[in-house]
Design a protein around this ligand. Structure first.
Ligand code: GSH
Length: 199
C-alpha cells in the first residue's frame, strides 16, 4: 500500500498516525498538491491528499474513507469503537477536527492561491469564526487519554499539529486544556512528536 501525502497536511498526519498505531506498513509517497502529479490525479480526480493506493490498485480517498479501510485491515487494534453511541461520538470528534482543519486550510489557501488585491477578509473571518467555535468546544470537551486511542485522538492530533505549524501562539491563549493536550497526547502516543504536521 502506498499513501500519497504531504508532511504538512493535517489529514495526511491523521492517517499516518493511525496507520502507525495500528502497526500497518504503508509506503509514504510525498506529493506537491500545488502542481498535482499525474499519479495523484489518476488516483484521485480531486487532486487531494491523502490518497491511498492499495496493493490491488484500489484507490481510496478522502481521509475518513482511508481511516475506515485501515480500521478493518488491522488485526488487534481498532480506530472506531464497536458500540453504537461510543462509535458515533468518536466519528463526530473526527468530523469536528476535520471540519476545523478544512477552515484552517481555507485560511492558508486564501493567501496561497489568491493575489493580495483579491483577498476577501469577510470570507477569512467566517473561517476563523468556525475555527474559534470549534476550538472552544474542544477546549471544553477534549478527548480523554485514559483509555484506548481512537480516530478522534488522531484527528485532533492532526489538527493541533497543523495549528502548531501554521499558527503557533494564535490558538492556545485562554484554551488551557487544549494547549496542554499535545504533551499529554505525546505521552500516550510518542510518535506524535515526529508524525505531526511539519515541513
Ligand atoms: N476532506 C478531505 C480534505 C483533504 C484536503 O483538503 N487536503 C488538502 C491538503 S491538507 C489538499 O489536498 N489540498 C489540495 C487542493 O485542495 O487542491 C480529507 O479528509 O482527506
Amino acid at each position: 500500500m502506498k499513501l500519497l501525502y504531504a508532511t504538512a497536511s493535517p489529514f495526511s498526519a491523521k492517517v499516518v498516525m493511525a496507520a502507525h498505531h495500528l502497526g500497518l506498513d504503508i509506503d509514504l509517497e510525498p506529493v506537491d498538491t500545488v502542481k498535482p502529479p499525474e499519479a495523484l490525479l489518476a488516483a484521485n480526480p480531486l487532486g487531494k491528499i491523502p490518497t491511498l493506493v492499495t496493493d490491488d490498485g484500489l484507490t481510496l480517498y478522502d481521509s475518513r474513507t482511508i481511516m475506515h479501510y485501515l480500521d478493518r485491515l488491522a488485526d488487534d487494534k481498532r480506530l472506531y469503537p464497536h458500540k453504537l453511541e461510543k462509535r458515533a461520538a468518536v466519528e463526530r470528534m473526527e468530523a469536528l477536527c476535520d471540519g476545523i482543519c478544512d477552515a484552517v486550510v481555507l485560511v492558508v489557501y486564501e493567501k496561497r492561491y489568491r493575489t493580495p488585491e483579491t483577498w476577501h477578509q469577510p470570507w477569512v473571518d467566517r473561517q476563523w469564526d468556525k475555527i474559534r467555535r470549534g476550538l472552544d468546544y474542544l477546549d471544553e470537551n477534549p478527548p480523554q487519554l485514559k483509555k484506548k486511542l481512537n480516530a478522534g485522538h488522531f484527528a485532533l492530533g492532526g489538527l493541533i499539529g497543523y495549528l502548531m505549524l501554521r499558527f503557533p501562539g494564535e490558538w492556545e491563549e485562554h484554551r488551557v486544556r487544549l494547549a496542554r493536550w499535545p504533551s499529554a497526547f505525546e505521552e500516550a502516543f510518542p510518535a506524535f512528536r515526529t508524525l505531526k504536521s511539519h515541513v
